[in-house]
Design a binder for this molecule. Structure first.
Ligand SMILES: C[S@@+](CC[C@H](N)C(=O)[O-])C[C@H]1O[C@@H](n2cnc3c(N)ncnc32)[C@H](O)[C@@H]1O
Length: 104
């Protein structure tokens, strides 16, 4: 299967990001220990979510090596990224909340 192209994806970052920000608005503000962003893509929005939700530990999960390469630029004290398949991770999920704006 072809990998994602982060540069092409970013051409429409504003339009695509709106769905993510709409999702964030639905989450009640609270200090959260951990949260996960399934299908995190290039990581900018994962970082924005960590800040807006005041998350102690935010983990972005994606199965695209190209997207994770870009996401690595956004690693910080409370944000990290891992390779993984969101469909299998979601089954045993112990995170709250779990965000996901991922579509093929
Ligand atoms: C449309 S992008 C969304 C990226 C980011 N959530 C955003 O809103 O900008 C979809 C992302 O989901 C990832 N993805 C799709 N299916 C996945 C799966 N089964 N497991 C992990 N990541 C997946 C893709 O690699 C891609 O980075």
């Amino acid at each position: 299967m072809a990998d994602w192209n982060p540069e092409q994806y970013r051409q429409f970052a504003k339009e695509r990001g709106q769905a993510f920000y709409d999702l964030l608005e639905m989450i009640e503000p609270a200090q959260l220990d951990r949260a996960v962003d399934l299908g995190c893509g290039p990581g900018e929005l994962t970082t924005a979510a960590a800040a807006q939700l005041d998350v102690g530990e935010m983990i972005g999960i994606d199965n695209s090596p190209a997207m994770l390469d870009k996401a690595a630029e956004h690693v910080s004290a409370n944000v990290r990224f891992e390779f993984g398949d969101q469909t299998s991770i979601a089954r045993g999920l112990r995170f709250q909340p779990a965000l996901s704006v991922a579509y093929p």
